[in-house]
Write a protein that binds this ligand. Structure first.
Ligand code: CO
Length: 134
């Protein structure tokens, strides 16, 4: 069902500092910060040869990553994103197997302009999973 690892998302308390680590220290190619108000985050995309890293900083008062950063003050891996060919078909197959889709189960347009859906971390080895139709 799942294809390539699209990205690993890392929640960070300070996007400027995190960008300096990935660009300045690790020498990776990084984007300008992209505010995504509908997702409550500002993102910097780190392009690696085989996948992407997304650095996420809270944006706005009720950012979905604010609570995560309260528990992980230095930041931490927030979710993994796997590619699927057909997001509704993937959702239906997952729900049939007892897995829980978040947000009412309806895909939203994600950071790359493609439909995404998040899956409950308790159903996936303690890891929040995003699926993205590519
Ligand atoms: Co993501």
């Amino acid at each position: 069902m799942i294809g390539r690892l699209n990205h690993v998302a890392i929640a960070v308390p300070d996007l400027t500092k995190a960008t300096k680590i990935y660009h300045g220290v690790l020498g990776a190619e990084v984007s300008e910060p992209v505010p995504l108000p509908e997702h409550g985050v500002t993102t910097v995309f780190v392009n690696l040869p085989n996948t992407k890293i997304e650095l996420l900083e809270p944006l706005g008062a009720d950012s979905p990553i604010a609570r995560f950063l309260e528990r992980n003050s230095a930041g931490g891996i927030h979710h993994l994103c796997y590619e699927v060919d057909d997001i509704l078909d993937a959702r239906d197959k997952l729900v049939q197997q007892g897995m829980r889709a978040l947000g009412g189960g309806e895909p939203k347009i994600g950071a790359h302009g493609k439909p995404v859906l998040f899956l409950h971390p308790k159903d996936f080895c303690g890891t929040l999973i995003e699926i993205e139709q590519v």
